[in-house]
Design a protein around this ligand. Structure first.
Ligand code: SF4
Ligand code: SF4
Length: 370
């Protein structure tokens, strides 16, 4: 089912979902960045904003139109909603007779993710594979995922650090959504909408709309074709798995370690990184003890701690672990790469380390040898 929507129909989307008592999480402007938060109206979308990104830099600027989705991705990802930053797994309470375990009721409210980029849909699919696609499912993630409804938005304005086209994850979404919109700003501002599931079709049927003609579908295709063309820089993934494993002692790792602060930003901003740690926290009264699962990062010394201390003592080994996991061993574990080309790790690295450049530098010496 396909249709043409006027910009005002976005308000109808929010209205319909909120009438169903769903949470609507969408991009909005806060603290000079585009972040994801609960909205009550489509007017809270970043209307007329674009992001200007570079290695280690990000700023918002006004556009000369009223585009609702005229930017790429911000510091957050939908990982915040599905693999929450901190989850209480268990609480133990002291009772008269001893100790009693208390389990939090799982969040059951349906949540619509409104404005999910194609690379982010791909990232959700990767986390699905990691967290619920194996023998043991992460219960909290599964519950949140089953309650999610995905409204994707194809990309027309890639940022300078985007390279989804070379990772096969964008700028047009292929599957994994309930409803997808393509925003067309030249001429009459409108959206081409297409349902991906029966639930998406039900929502679309409730919206004010016009039928989509062939010309509308062609215009939508032109938007994503142009975005693909604009994405100048790429990461060659054809041989990256073997390339990195064949160069574990490459001198480039010393070079990158001299720049890397081991600050963990790249892993926290990354929509596919899933490292977590489990800690116990005592109530000061001694009456309760919480077991919390929180985001962690392979860039910390503690993350590789075993008896006798951390096994990745140097920044070099931590960067190598991250890069080879993302682009080599992740594939061995999960039959997919761990990178969707969103560019967040480049933009939000305080020293502007660029995953594409690190791979290219290793490839350059390999090619020079052969
Ligand atoms: S490794 Fe970097 S570019 Fe790839 S998905 Fe993670 S944040 Fe995005
Ligand atoms: S690569 Fe950049 S963001 Fe990642 S840990 Fe090093 S300095 Fe921090």
């Amino acid at each position: 089912m396909r249709a043409v929507l006027a910009p005002e129909a976005l308000e109808a989307i929010v209205d319909v979902l909120r009438r169903r008592d769903w949470r609507v999480i969408a991009p909005t402007v806060r603290d000079k960045a585009i972040v994801y938060g609960e909205i009550a109206s489509a007017t809270e979308l970043p209307v007329g904003w674009k992001d200007v990104q570079g290695p280690g830099s990000y700023k918002l600027e006004r556009r000369d139109d009223e585009a609702r989705f005229g930017y790429a991705v911000g510091p957050q990802s939908w990982k915040r909603e599905l693999l929450a930053p901190s989850v209480r797994l268990l609480q133990i309470k002291r009772t008269n007779g001893g100790l009693e375990p208390v389990k939090d009721a799982a969040e059951t409210k349906r949540t619509a993710f409104f404005g999910v980029r194609p690379c982010e849909v791909a990232a959700i699919k990767i986390q699905d594979r990691v967290l619920i696609g194996g023998k043991y499912a992460d219960e909290d993630y599964l519950q949140r995922r089953e309650n999610s409804f995905v409204i994707a938005v194809n990309c027309g304005e890639p940022a300078a650090n985007c390279f989804c086209a070379s990772m096969g994850t964008g700028p047009k979404v292929e599957d994994g959504y309930d409803l997808v919109l393509t925003e067309i700003t030249g001429g009459t501002h409108h959206f081409v909408a297409e349902a991906g599931t029966d639930e998406g079709a039900e929502l679309l049927a409730e919206l004010p709309q016009q039928p989509a003609a062939d010309a509308d579908l062609t215009a939508a295709q032109t938007v994503t074709d142009a975005a693909r063309e604009k994405m100048g820089i790429t990461l060659d993934r054809s041989d990256v798995h073997d390339l990195l494993l064949a160069n574990l002692e490459h001198p480039r790792y010393d070079d990158v370690a001299s720049r890397c602060l081991a600050c963990t930003n790249c892993t926290l901003a990354c929509p596919t990184c899933f490292c977590t740690a489990v800690d116990d926290a005592n109530d000061l009264s001694g009456e309760a003890d919480d077991r919390l699962r929180s985001w962690d990062s392979c860039f910390t010394l503690q993350y590789s701690e075993m008896h006798g201390g951390g096994t990745r003592k140097e920044t070099k080994s931590r960067y190598r672990q991250w890069l080879t996991h993302k682009l080599s061993t992740w594939h061995d574990q999960f039959d997919t790469l761990g990178c969707v080309g969103c560019g967040r790790c480049i933009t939000w690295c305080p020293v502007g380390i660029d995953i594409r450049e690190e791979v290219a530098a290793i490839r350059a010496t390999q090619e020079a040898k052969s």
